[in-house]
Design a protein around this ligand. Structure first.
Ligand code: MEV
Length: 317
């Protein structure tokens, strides 16, 4: 057994789902991109005492951590056991700029950074397949029945066109326009909304699967619009996707209000992003000036934070 180094780090970043959330759980495609404006870094160092977590959310011994961190405890135990290492005496510091429970991939990003940090700490090689296997374990605990998109995009350098069970396609979002991301300030409920959609599928299979398939078709058309740089078409498809997501009952009054605000102030399209029922919404504009104006309106109408993101070649900066 090698002696662990003094300390090791792992990192990841948030994500934005442009199209396809919820439907992606049922095998439809989704388009998502890494959101580097919200990074996560995890540092692991040795401690003489019991394994500790230090984060803005919880500080203390891992074994006393709240249930909402059980995905991280399971990851640490599983990886240490697989690597034949002790899970004691680790001091894990989590520094995250991703607002938690806002549909921005916080749980997957933290898990990704943790897996990377643990493998680096124990000086073991980590390929992408192994990383995703571990993050999927954590995401099953955090989200119940994840499609896997959050795990893949929070560890990716490029936007993705993702369909469960198919090879991942990298998709350049080389489209001229600006995306506004607005945080409602309300905690999203991905675990609950994914479970409620499953209940809706069971209770009303035909109607619900028709909505899911409609979201899939809109995502497919969005991919074509992106490839052809058809910004206006993409906007219309985004708004249509929001209507379908409302039919799946994963929106709420705050999200609808911000979507309406963006549209009534000239956005080309707007929709919720991620799990819904709170969390974040996105809106598309042609110019940066329009994005600024709409962003201010969204703040006036209750958003607690906004980000403006140029699409196109610089999306990864
Ligand atoms: C959550 O970011 C996206 C959902 O589609 C769930 C999933 O794909 O695992 C709502």
């Amino acid at each position: 057994m090698k002696t662990p180094p003094e300390q090791a780090t792992g990192s990841a970043h948030g994500k934005i789902i442009l199209m396809g959330e919820h439907a992606v759980v049922y095998g439809e495609p989704a388009i998502a991109f890494p959101f580097k404006a919200t990074p996560v870094k995890i540092e692991i160092r040795q401690t003489d005492s019991l394994t500790h977590i230090a984060s803005s959310y919880y500080q203390g011994v891992l074994s006393n951590a709240p249930r909402s961190l059980s995905n991280l405890s399971v990851l640490i135990e599983t990886i240490c056991s697989d690597l034949h290492q002790s899970s004691n005496h680790l001091f894990v510091t989590i520094t995250s700029f991703i607002p938690a429970e806002r549909g921005m991939g916080s749980s997957a990003a933290v898990a990704t950074a943790l897996v990377r940090a643990l493998f680096s700490y124990f000086d073991q090689p980590l390929d992408r397949a192994k990383l995703l296997d571990y993050v999927d374990i954590s995401e099953k605990i955090a989200h119940g029945n994840p499609s896997g998109i959050d795990a893949r995009v929070t560890s990716s350098e490029s936007p993705l066109f993702y369909k469960k069970g198919s090879a991942i396609e990298l998709l350049s979002l080389n489209i001229s326009g600006y995306l506004i991301l607005a945080d409602t300030g309300v905690k999203g409920q991905t675990l609950q909304s994914v479970a409620d959609v499953a209940d809706q599928v069971n209770a009303l299979p035909e109607e619900t699967m028709a909505i899911i398939s409609q979201i899939g078709q809109l995502t497919q058309k969005a991919k074509e619009a992106i490839l052809k740089n058809q910004r206006e078409t993409l906007g219309v498809l985004m708004t249509q996707a929001h209507v379908s997501l409302r039919q799946l009952n994963v929106s709420n009054a705050v999200l609808d209000h911000l979507v309406d605000t963006a549209l009534s102030h000239g956005a080309l399209g707007a929709k919720l992003t991620g799990g819904g029922r709170g969390g974040c919404m996105i809106a598309l504009t042609e110019t940066e000036k329009a994005a600024d104006t709409i962003s201010n309106k969204l703040m006036e109408k209750g958003a607690v934070a906004t980000w403006i993101h140029p699409l196109g070649a610089d999306i990864n900066e």
